[in-house]
Write a protein that binds this ligand. Structure first.
Ligand code: GLA
Length: 388
């Protein structure tokens, strides 16, 4: 993959000088959805697909970028002195936002760079294509100019880009997973403290299968921000009766005790999801650590139902994928993954049943929606890095 990107770089920008190669992954979240901006836990892993980049430092302050995934955009040129938020949410905006965030934090980026990139994961599917683009920019800037930045810093600047430059009020899960991923592990992250633990995914007899509904979601300015607002409103109501900082501070019992303080029924369901989903995530990781995959799968299914009914962040097509998956043999668990309102499901399927799973689910999905689902069997991969 990287060879093609390198070749294109040389065609566009010449082959002299110190040319470097990079990769930043997308992620799949196994459980813990819409908990990351509610002070809860998440459990994502980085994928082995994402965005590849080839870059070379310049001697002036110009950025020149070309994306092989969007060749019609041509070479995008911008000065380091001319960055500012907008609401386009395009591939170069995500990267500009990372650099802008660093500048805003007083980190000097002395020079620009030429860069060519290419994605081998689908955008708008809940697999964090945008975070992968952000972390690609972040790791390039770290390597070329700012080696003292930590990988957690890079995750933070990715979130700044998303929130302040691109108008999506997301949490830090996606950028954290892309920056901090570890091969064959998922990351159990407490988003309130950023404490984390790598948990081995010892799936000897099962595969992680992602199913793309092909219903695209666009999170910025849309329902995602509305959900976040609803959660925050519910928190404000709760704070009047109980001393908490985030919804993640409550467990199920605490929620049931105080939920009456949330005035609005819709907000009450949003908060319920955030609280129960956080507890489910903690329980799911414990189940995985004691080797109880069945319990993990059961919690995944419950997580889907909660996203569908309480958080209302699924959609009809993705519900069909999850609900049909539950009926198939060899399926340990299946749920919507990522921001929602379209995108993908993640399923854990026993090895011997994977072929049957993809065939049967493709057929029934086609029959019920007219859409052609896509399947990816994935491994947990390492985080953003220089390749050579
Ligand atoms: C998107 C956001 C994340 C997280 C998920 C939902 O992927 O970028 O921060 O909130 O949705 O869990």
């Amino acid at each position: 993959m990287i060879e093609k990107v390198l070749e294109t770089f040389k065609e566009k920008f010449g082959d002299e000088g110190d040319i470097r190669c990079y990769f930043a992954p997308g992620r799949v979240n196994l459980i813990g959805e819409h908990t990351d901006y509610n002070g809860g836990h998440v459990f994502p892993c980085a994928l082995s697909v994402g965005n590849y980049g080839v870059a070379r430092k310049r001697d002036d302050r110009i950025l020149r970028w070309f994306n092989m995934t969007y060749p019609d955009d041509g070479i995008q040129e911008k000065s380091l002195d001319d960055l500012g938020p907008n609401d386009n949410g395009l591939w170069y905006d995500y990267q500009q936002g990372v650099i802008w965030g660093m500048q805003k934090a007083g980190i000097d980026i002395p020079y620009g760079y030429d860069m060519v990139m290419f994605a081998d994961l689908p955008a708008g599917s809940g697999l964090s294509a945008s975070a992968s683009i952000e972390e690609l920019a972040a790791v390039i800037v770290k390597d070329l100019f700012r080696p003292e930045l930590s990988m957690v810093d890079l995750a933070r600047f990715g979130q700044v880009s998303e929130n302040e430059y691109n108008g999506c009020n997301s949490g830090i899960m996606d950028q954290f997973a892309s920056a901090m991923g570890k091969k064959d592990h998922a990351i159990f992250l407490d988003t309130a403290t950023l404490e984390y633990e790598y948990v081995p995914l010892n799936l000897a007899n099962e595969k992680i299968v992602i199913t793309n509904s092909k219903v695209k979601h666009k999170l910025a300015n849309g329902s995602y921000n509305v959900r976040r607002q609803e959660s925050e409103d519910a928190l404000e109501d709760l704070k009047k009766v109980v001393d908490i900082k985030t919804l993640g501070d409550l467990d199920e019992e605490g929620f049931e005790k105080y939920k009456g303080a949330i005035r609005d029924e819709v907000r009450r369901r949003r908060a319920k999801h955030a609280v129960y989903e956080n507890q489910r995530t903690i329980k799911a990781v414990a189940a995985l650590q004691r080797g109880d995959l069945e319990a993990f799968g059961h919690l995944m299914n419950e997580a889907h139902i909660s996203m569908r009914d309480d958080y209302e962040a699924s959609c009809e097509e993705v519900d069909i994928l999850a609900e049909e998956a539950w009926k198939l043999p060899g399926v340990i668990g299946s749920r919507i993954t990522g921001g929602g309102f379209g995108g993908c499901t993640v399923s854990i399927v026993k090895n011997d049943y994977v072929d049957n799973f993809t065939r049967a689910l493709r057929d029934v999905y086609k029959e019920r929606t007219g859409l052609e689902a896509e399947f990816y069997i994935v491994d947990a991969g390492d985080g953003a890095r220089r390749l050579d």
